[in-house]
Design a protein around this ligand. Sequence first.
Ligand SMILES: [Zn+2]
Ligand SMILES: [Zn+2]
Length: 454
Amino acid sequence: MNVKKGVFLTVAAIVIANCTIAQQKKIVTKENESQQWVALKQLADEDSSRLVELYKDLHQHPELGFKEERTAEIIAKELEALGYVVTRGIGKTGVAAVLHNGTGPVIMYRSDMDALPVKETSGLPYQSTATTKKEDGTIVPLMHACGHDAHITWLLGVAKIMLNLKDKWKGTLVFVAQPAEEYIKGADAMVKDNLYGRGVPLPDYLFGMHTAAYSVGYVENSFGYRMAGSTGVEVTFHGIGGHGSMPQLAKDPVIMAANAILDYQSVVMRSVSPLNPHVITVGSVDAGTVGNVIPDKATLKITTRWYEAKDRETMINGINRVDSGIALMNNLPQELYPTSKITGSVFPVKNDTVMVNKLNAAFDAKLPLVKRLIDRPATMGAEDFPLLIINSKKNPVYDFMFVGVGNKEVCAKYSKDGVFYPYNNHNPNFAVDFSAIPLGAIIGSTALLELFSK
Ligand SMILES: [Zn+2]
Ligand SMILES: [Zn+2]
């Protein structure tokens, strides 16, 4: 009896003890999570007005790819002032900053810096009126229409928060401010300019965030293929110039280019399986000066998008076949056959499953103001982000995610569920709501703290 009673009491005591430990654990875990949110929110809020001013300044001073001198200097100075070891001028204008903080993983956080030749029409008080002279002498407007100004601001906000929370993580933190993402050339340029031979360690994890046309508070982070491969092609049709009234004496490259634009869509697009996502767009046509002169050349700038490498080959071969066919049709001598060159190429973006799941679990548990959009389809957009690590021997993994920056009221007005922002990236009315600035810094810091946590 006593024995039984003793056993019962012992079992009861163990159960009670276990319950208490479990409850304590639960409470401790929750406290830790809420403490992290509270700490991050406080740090981001304290820094918010500085970050918003920084954002507005960057927005009013956009620079094209490989010309981001002013932007890069702002980033370098800010990171140096925080105590990071900074290297400038990697891949022309790229910046890398390193902070060693004990033994742990190496994590790289990347932002891009370049703007676009777009004339801003947002009407915002800080709207860009900047212009620049291109290499051919033409003046073009400039705008941060892809939100890379927000990416830089997030990076600087995250860098400050991670320094303030230095006792909460162990490892090496690397920030990369990359040039010329829009040309899909900047990441490759940094690696080829010895990024990893300048005191920058190869990361175990590469992380990046892009602005997206969702309402502030929504993020999209999914594993697997998310963005397409992209190959740029430039084709020049050579002809024989002449009078517009006497085409029989000329070889008209404008007609050749016009045929090619349509034949790419028909001939090439009929060569790839419709089950495989792919697209060809001719985004630039450059020929001639006046109506009555047949010029001697016409140049097309083309982008191809694909997920399978074999489809890329099919499309490039198809472009070449169309060009040769047009030369034949126009009875061109061999020396006037069209010439073409590849202007850049990137692989599809394929996010790591384990890394994405780990970060999503942290976002769900630790970011009360953030909702995750799930089942969003992959896009035909492209990014050179993976090129920072893809050819390295260490086999690092990466995650590239999307963060909503649209004004909540505007989203509520224009989309029935209030989630989608009407002005997409590259639109002249694209705008980043100021509330997305501190929230992005919190999301980025949460991701880094999670990756450092084990
Ligand atoms: Zn863009
Ligand atoms: Zn972009």
